[in-house]
Ligand binder design. Structure first.
Ligand code: NIG
Ligand code: FE
Length: 399
């Protein structure tokens, strides 16, 4: 089946050779077998199907490389407590935080968790996200983590977008164990079974004071690697902890958050293939003043991606165009760098940069058609996702 997109105003992609934004005008795009096979200034004939872009601009489908959407219920009560002056850490001390989402998820049946997670994930599509990384991590027992990962698998089967599963058993230490004992359970029971059932591609750890220390994180990630799960890491969010050095040591695909990273961490990331992922929605939603210094990371040759970190505790933003806005206003990124952060660099952090993240011949036909005249307008029209997107194409099909 051959489909062409015609009547396009501009195509935005990334020129990976020159490392600059690539803008093409007056082109048509030919899609065959879910892939982009031709981008040309000539009129394409002999197609089965024509998509009229109505003078939209085209970008690659956005890629959200860090989300926690597998949960039930919400934590609006904690949000209110924060408005009244409590910190995220205070709420944790009182037994809330991640552990309150754990209690809710453990009570839920597979079906209830599926429906609630589906409701969490569906809006991402309307915002132009066509590939989503989704973490488990609100179960923290073998059965509840497997339940969460099976929910991800079912939602991936049921929705048009691609959902890439990450095992985040090391999200917090459940009340029933010491941290070391729980790390043993992750390494000896959870990782082997999850790998055996092929339920995850990546393994993540919340490496932070009060959660998992460097030694525990190293042990989990090295075990994950021995079962062919690829490491990624929550690093240096509330306190500098040396987690980015660990990310580069274990060859993590991504080191995320980085609000408190220091020069040593930056140096480690700049010398590695580990993508530095900024989550400015979390800084915003927690009402913190110190955003990750994306400018410094890029000026030191780190590869920077942007993601939402959507989760019930610290960030309920799903729109990557709004995350781009936060990054240009607070992390020192240019508009072009923010675009790169939600497309090609996000694909790199998911080890998929030869398939998604560009509008290029040979790439998946994952394309958003925007009712705007320029890339700038995508972030300028804050809060207008439902009107600024004209059409979304995933794997060559309109969704
Ligand atoms: O990335 N930092 C760890 N995990 C989430 C928060 C999860 C929660 O509070 O439920 C984050 O911000
Ligand atoms: Fe997170």
């Amino acid at each position: 089946m051959k489909t062409k997109i015609t009547n396009i105003s501009k195509i935005y992609s990334w020129n990976t050779e020159l490392d600059i934004l690539d803008i093409k005008s007056n082109q048509e795009v030919l899609i065959e077998n879910n892939k982009i096979v031709k981008i040309t200034s000539k009129v394409i004939d002999d197609v089965d199907n024509t998509i009229d872009a109505e003078q939209s601009i085209l970008t690659p489908g956005f890629i959200d490389s860090h989300t926690h959407p597998i949960f039930i219920g919400n934590r609006a009560d904690e949000f209110k407590m924060r408005l009244e002056g409590k910190s995220y850490q205070d709420i944790k001390q009182e037994g809330g935080g991640i552990l309150s989402s754990i209690r809710a998820l453990r009570k839920a049946s597979f079906e209830q968790l599926y429906l609630s997670s589906l409701e969490n994930i569906n809006p991402f599509i309307k915002y132009g996200t066509t590939t989503l990384e989704a973490k488990s991590g609100y179960g923290l027992s073998l059965n509840d983590e497997i339940k969460s990962l099976k929910v991800i698998r079912k939602i991936n089967d049921d929705l048009d977008i691609d959902i890439i599963p990450t095992f985040l058993g090391a999200h917090a230490v459940p009340n029933e164990y010491s941290a070391d004992k729980y790390v043993d359970i992750i390494c000896n029971e959870m990782i082997p079974q999850i790998a055996e059932e092929k339920l995850a591609i990546f393994c993540d750890v919340f490496c932070e004071e009060g959660y998992f220390n460097i030694q525990q994180s190293r042990k989990i990630l090295n075990t994950a690697k021995s079962y062919s799960l690829v490491p990624r890491l929550h690093s240096d969010e509330f306190k500098y902890f040396g987690a980015s050095e660990l990310a580069s040591e274990v060859g993590a695909a991504s080191s995320d958050h980085l609000m408190m990273i220091n020069n040593n961490g930056i140096k480690a990331l700049s010398k590695s293939n580990t993508v530095a992922t900024l989550l400015p929605g979390t800084t915003f939603f927690l009402n913190k003043k110190t955003y990750a210094n994306g400018r410094k990371l890029i000026d030191n040759q780190c590869q920077v991606a942007l993601a939402s970190d959507f989760n019930p505790g610290t960030c309920t933003i799903r729109s990557l165009s709004n995350i781009m806005l936060l990054a240009v206003q607070n992390c020192g990124l240019t508009l072009d760098e923010a675009f790169l952060g939600v497309t090609y660099n996000a694909a790199k952090s998911l080890l998929k940069s030869d398939e998604i993240g560009l509008i290029e011949e040979g790439y998946n036909a994952d394309i958003v058609l925007w009712n705007t005249k320029s890339l700038n307008e995508i972030i300028y029209w804050y809060d207008s996702e439902y009107t600024k997107i004209n059409k979304i194409i995933k794997n060559g099909n309109l969704i």
